[in-house]
Design a protein around this ligand. Structure first.
Ligand code: NAD
Length: 254
């Protein structure tokens, strides 16, 4: 088992990539702390891990809100004594060119996608620093490095997460804490299904358009990203520090 007894907190793990990662980590021996805004989805992920013979507990918390994140982190520490891995996965989309989106949407996407990395990290890091050990995985996106129509605010947040990852790595390397970023391409999750359904008259044609802009003829699956997260969570990636890890089918669009 590649994560035996590691205590791992995954934000936004009630759905999509986070859920798939939580299920995989459960089979690899981790004690999985499932977090999500949705209690229904979070409880379901935790129950599915336990049903498969793993160990999991669900905590409801909004990743942007210190008043709910701090008690979650303190609760995990009280139960398990440590957090070995923090996967800052929770995120939301925002569609529209800048002149089309309202300031409220800008603030919401920036808040969840960037502040939602800062807040859990702020409360987990002191415990990792004390133990001089830890791995933090931040969810960026390949969109951090390329242009894609009508995704400006989302792209800006994912660029910020990549930049934050590098700064965090410098600050916490002296404490033997690794901080790396995942950069997925298009991964078929409820998040993307919703984006395709609400943004395109013909979602099937849109998927084919996305496929034509990558080297692989497949659209990515949540499991593809979960396997990359497993590598970053495990000690197998001990020489990776502040690195972007691409899981994007060879995206070439610009
Ligand atoms: P998803 O919508 O399936 O899952 C996201 C989960 O996060 C949901 O369960 C949601 O309830 C939860 N969440 C949202 N806001 C929250 C908050 N404030 N506090 C706690 N939980 C919250 O999405 P997904 O596709 O699995 O995306 C997961 C991450 O991967 C996101 O950060 C997304 O930006 C990133 N990503 C996705 C893709 C893709 O193509 N799906 C590509 C690159 C990056």
């Amino acid at each position: 088992m590649r994560l035996k007894d590691k205590v791992i907190l995954i934000t936004g793990s009630g759905s999509g990539i986070g859920r798939s990662t939580a299920l995989l980590f459960g089979t690899e021996g981790a004690k999985v702390i499932v977090n999500d805004l949705s209690a229904e989805k979070g409880e379901e992920t935790a129950a599915d891990i336990r049903a498969a013979g793993g160990e999991a507990v669900y905590y409801k918390a909004d990743v942007t809100d210190p008043a709910s994140v701090q008690p979650m982190v303190d609760g995990v520490i009280a139960t398990y004594g440590r957090i070995d891995v923090l996967f800052n996965n929770a995120g939301i989309s925002g569609v529209g060119a800048l002149h089309e989106i309202e300031p409220e949407m800008w603030d919401k996407v920036v808040n969840v996608n960037v502040r939602g990395v800062y807040v859990p990290s702020k409360y987990v890091l002191p415990y990792m620093m004390e133990r001089r050990s830890g791995s933090i995985i931040n969810m960026s996106s390949c969109i951090a490095e390329i242009g894609l129509a009508r995704r400006a605010v989302y792209a800006a947040t994912k660029g910020a997460v990549l930049s934050l990852t590098k700064s965090m790595q410098v600050d916490y390397a002296p404490y033997n804490i690794r901080v790396n970023a995942l950069l997925p391409g298009t991964i078929m999750t409820p998040f993307v299904e919703n984006y395709l359904r609400t943004s395109y008259a013909d979602p099937e044609a849109a998927i084919n358009g996305l496929k034509s802009r990558q080297l692989s003829c497949e659209i990515g699956l949540p499991e593809d990203v979960a396997k990359a997260a497993l590598f970053l969570a495990s000690d197998e990636s001990k020489f990776m520090m502040g690195s972007p890890l691409y899981i994007d089918g060879g995206v070439v669009f610009g």
